[in-house]
Design a protein around this ligand. Structure first.
Ligand code: CAA
Ligand code: NAD
Length: 285
């Protein structure tokens, strides 16, 4: 199957980036969020990134205009009916995601369509079981920012059709130009199973008064050649997303390294979510 028509559910940080990359690679893309404000914020995010891409010489103004014309924003989920690939990138909440998969199952007409989730941590099989076609459900985990980061994790559940996983893998490398890795359907897959304990260790170090956030970040940038330190990276990921990802991995594994630190919990309660809310551990956004 040649994938030409894609859908993206959710146009926050990740959904907007995923929609952008799909449109840049020539696909017709329908992007759905829950209300006009979310849709407009998603559109503005894509336009800003396109402007940056043009400014950095990564795309021509003509390519930008072509990609923008292929992007259709909506609040109407039924616009997904004729899609061949739908990528769910809504908030990291199991209930919300299961409901979306159940709705997609009744809306998407092609039985061969691929229903993918960009979840950071949650079991793909639970979304598969919310549908009548579990063999067509898979994890397709992009990294932030999706238009720039090369990696996509492909996660097959116990029920995913292996031929479909191969097909999606080939599409992701050959059409989207990404680097893929394969993971079992385990909490945090490969990268977040390693990353979340690291981010939480840094937050606990800060919480304990062991070091300043600036020194923790400077340490990892200059001592280990990380492109950005863990405290600023948590702000970029979104402190709510970090919290929910950690909580989900902790609930399944019981590994205390993934238990969200109290400081993180309180910051989420306070609405201090990082770059997306304008303030997190840092306030220079
Ligand atoms: N469109 C196209 N290209 C772009 C672009 C855009 N909107 N923005 C930047 N670029 C390109 C630049 O042209 C540049 O390319 P070259 O190296 O070829 O010149 C490259 O991207 C980097 O550009 P900059 O360094 O100028 O951009 P930046 O300062 O905004 O940094 C970044 C971008 C390298 C991604 C940096 O922000 C970074 O390292 N961030 C951390 C990323 C990270 O660790 N992500 C993982 C998060 S965890 C996750 O995603 C998993 C999860 O489930 C939570
Ligand atoms: P975000 O908070 O920026 O955006 C989530 C969006 O989902 C919001 O716009 C919200 O309105 C929308 N939404 C909620 N319910 C919806 C529904 N029923 N239908 C359509 N849209 C709905 O979050 P994000 O950072 O974009 O994360 C989205 C997903 O991607 C999560 O599963 C997250 O774990 C995963 N992820 C995040 C990152 C990251 O670094 N932030 C990286 C990789 C994967």
């Amino acid at each position: 199957m040649t994938i030409e028509r894609a859908g993206v559910i959710g146009c926050g940080l990740m959904g907007s980036g995923i929609a952008e990359i799909l449109a840049r690679k020539g696909l017709d893309v329908v992007v759905r969020d829950i209300d006009d404000a979310a849709v407009e914020a998603g559109r503005a995010r894509v336009e800003k990134s396109f402007a940056k891409g043009v400014e950095r010489g990564k795309m021509s103004a003509e390519d930008r205009d072509g990609a923008l014309a292929r992007l259709h924003f909506t609040t109407d989920l039924s616009a997904m009916a004729d899609r061949q690939l739908v990528i769910e990138a809504a908030s990291e909440n199991e209930g919300i995601k299961k409901k979306i998969f159940a709705e997609l199952d009744s809306i998407v007409t092609d039985p061969q369509a691929i229903l993918a989730s960009n979840t950071s941590s949650m079991p793909i099989v639970r979304f598969a079981q919310a549908t009548s076609r579990p063999e067509r459900v898979i994890g397709m985990h992009f990294f932030n920012p999706a238009p720039v980061q090369p990696l996509v994790e492909i996660i097959s559940s116990l029920l995913t059709d292996p031929a479909m996983a191969d097909e999606l893998d080939a599409f992701t490398t050959e059409v989207l130009g990404k680097v893929t890795i394969r993971s079992d359907d385990r909490p945090g897959f490969i990268v977040n199973a390693l990353l979340i304990p690291f981010l939480f260790s840094a937050i606990r170090m800060l919480e304990a008064g062991h070091a300043t956030k600036e020194d923790i970040d400077t340490g990892m940038i200059n001592g280990c050649a990380h492109p950005m330190g863990p405290i600023r990276l948590a702000d970029r990921v979104g402190l709510d997303t970090c919290f929910y990802v950690g909580q989900s991995i902790y609930e399944e594994t019981g590994d205390p390294a993934n238990k969200p630190p109290l400081l993180l919990s309180r910051m989420v309660d306070a609405g201090l979510l990082g770059v997306k809310s304008g303030q997190g551990f840092y306030d220079d956004y």
